[in-house]
Design a protein around this ligand. Structure first.
Ligand SMILES: [Ca+2]
Length: 426
C-alpha cells in the first residue's frame, strides 16, 4: 500500500510538473481574501456538503411550461414582443420563438426589421406570480454581445414598487448576471452581482521548470477590453505571495520582481492608460487594453532572468465583487528564436454555458430574494419592495456592452428546456 501511495504521489508530481510547464497552469491553491465562496469555487467538491440548496420536497409545482408541444401551443401561455426595441440593437418578433424537439429556441438573426439590423425574441407569461421558487433550465446562444435572460418584471404595481428581478442575464461563455432593480426610479436603481465562472482575479502560475528568458508575452482574445492591475515575474523561490496581496512584492523574503524595471509594449490602451501601471506595485492602478482584436503585452527584461513564477491581477472590484475577468489567456517566453508557450487558459473548456444546460433559479418571498445556479445559492438579498404579482419573461437581446457585435450572432439561439414555478408547501 505504501509503495502504491509513493507511486501515486510521483504520478501526481509528474502530472503537476507537466501541466505547469506545457498545459493548463497549476493555480495557487491559497484562498483569495475578499472573495466569497462561490468565487472561490463555484462547484465545491466537499462530499459532506449537500449538492443542492433547493429541496424540491418543500415545494409544490404551481405552473410549468416544458415546451413539449407544438409551436402553436406557445401562444396559449405566452405573449410575444412584436416590434422594435430601441434600448438594444434588435427588434423582437414572435417568429423568432420556435418550439421543436421539446425545447424553446429564441433565435437571433441578422435581418433588417423594425428599423433595426438584428432580430430576436422575448416572451412574457400570460400568468402572473407572487412569491415562490422559479426555475428555468436553458443554455446560452454561443456568441458574445447577447443577453440570454430569465427574469420577472411588474406590469401592475399592487403593493411596494415597480420592480425587475433578473434571475440571470446570461452572457456567453461563462457569465451569470443577477440584478434587482427598483424601476419606480428613473433611471432605475438597484444592485447587480455578476459571476464569471472559471475566471479568477488573481493568477499565480508557478513553474515547476524555471524559465530563463529576457522576453515574456501575454495575450488574450477576451471579447472586450480588460484591466491588468499588476503583472509580476518572480525569481525562483519555494513559495510566492497571494496574487491579490496589496504588498505582494514585499510578502516573501528574497522575492525579486523582474517585471518592475522591464520595458513594456502593448497592443493598445483604452483611455490612454499607462502600461507601466501594471508594474507600479499597486493593485489599485491598472492598464486597460483596447476593446477589439487580440490584446497582448510584451515585457523586455533588463537582462536574461530565471523566472519561477508569473502572477497577474485582472478585472475590477464592483461593490466588493470582482468583475470584468478575462475568459482566456496565453503566456509565452522567447527562447531566442521563437515564442514558446508557458501556460494557456480558456474558460470555455470548462465553463461554457452555451454548450451545457444549467438551471437558474429564484426564491422570492416577502422577506428575501435568493438567486440559485444549478440549485446552489449564489446570492441573497432582502426584499424591500417586490410585493406585486409579476409575469416571468424569457428574452434574447443583442447588446452593445458585451464585446463586438459580429456575424457570429446570426442564427444563434437561447435554448430553453423548461420554466417551472413552485409554491412552498403549507
Ligand atoms: Ca498597478
Amino acid at each position: 500500500m505504501k509503495s502504491r501511495n509513493i507511486f501515486l504521489g510521483l504520478l501526481y508530481c509528474m502530472s503537476v510538473a507537466f501541466s505547469c510547464t506545457y498545459e493548463q497552469p497549476e493555480y495557487n491553491p491559497i484562498r483569495k481574501p475578499g472573495l466569497d465562496d462561490e468565487q472561490q469555487n463555484p462547484f465545491p467538491t466537499d462530499p459532506e456538503e449537500p449538492k443542492e440548496d433547493v429541496d424540491l420536497n418543500e415545494w409544490e409545482l404551481l405552473w410549468a411550461d416544458e415546451f413539449a408541444g407544438t409551436d402553436a401551443d406557445l401562444d396559449a401561455a405566452w405573449n410575444s414582443e412584436n416590434g422594435p426595441a430601441y434600448h438594444i440593437l434588435c427588434s423582437r418578433w414572435r417568429e423568432n420563438a420556435v418550439i421543436s424537439n421539446g425545447t424553446l429556441k429564441l433565435v437571433n438573426k441578422k435581418e433588417s426589421r423594425g428599423g433595426q439590423d438584428w432580430t430576436a425574441a422575448s416572451l412574457t407569461s400570460k400568468t402572473r406570480f407572487k412569491y415562490g421558487y422559479f426555475e428555468c433550465r436553458y443554455r446560452y446562444a454561443n456568441a458574445n454581445a447577447i443577453n440570454n435572460s430569465f427574469w420577472l418584471s411588474t406590469n401592475v404595481v399592487e403593493e411596494g414598487k415597480k420592480f425587475e428581478i433578473d434571475v440571470n442575464e446570461g452572457k456567453y461563455p461563462n457569465k451569470i448576471a443577477t440584478n434587482l432593480w427598483d424601476n419606480s426610479a428613473n433611471p432605475h436603481i438597484g444592485a447587480s452581482k455578476t459571476f464569471f465562472y472559471g475566471s479568477e482575479p488573481g493568477y499565480s502560475i508557478q513553474l515547476e521548470t524555471p524559465i530563463t528568458t529576457q522576453r515574456i508575452r501575454f495575450s488574450s482574445n477576451n471579447s472586450s477590453y480588460f484591466h491588468i492591475r499588476e503583472f509580476r515575474l518572480y525569481n525562483v523561490l519555494a513559495s510566492y505571495p497571494d496574487p491579490l496581496s496589496e504588498t505582494a512584492d514585499r510578502d516573501v523574503a528574497g522575492l525579486q520582481n523582474f517585471a518592475t524595471p522591464a520595458t513594456i509594449r502593448v497592443s493598445g490602451s483604452l483611455n490612454n492608460t499607462d502600461p507601466y501601471s501594471m508594474v507600479d506595485g499597486k493593485i489599485t492602478t491598472s492598464w486597460i487594453s483596447q476593446a477589439e482584436g487580440e490584446k497582448w503585452i510584451e515585457m523586455n527584461l533588463v537582462a536574461p532572468s530565471k523566472i519561477g513564477c508569473i502572477q497577474f491581477v485582472n478585472g475590477w472590484l464592483d461593490n466588493g465583487n470582482w468583475t470584468g475577468l478575462i475568459s482566456d489567456y496565453k503566456l509565452q517566453y522567447h527562447d531566442g528564436n521563437q515564442w514558446v508557450d508557458i501556460a494557456t487558459k480558456n474558460v470555455e473548456n470548462d465553463f461554457n454555458f452555451a454548450d451545457e444546460f444549467h438551471t437558474y433559479g429564484l426564491e422570492w418571498t416577502k422577506e428575501y430574494i435568493i438567486y440559485y445556479f444549478d440549485r446552489r445559492e449564489i446570492r441573497r438579498i432582502e426584499n424591500e419592495f417586490c410585493y406585486s404579482e409579476a409575469p416571468v419573461i424569457l428574452s434574447s437581446a443583442i447588446i452593445s456592452w458585451d464585446g463586438p457585435v459580429t456575424d457570429a450572432i446570426d442564427g444563434t439561439q437561447m435554448e430553453v428546456d423548461y420554466v417551472r414555478v413552485y409554491k412552498r408547501k403549507e
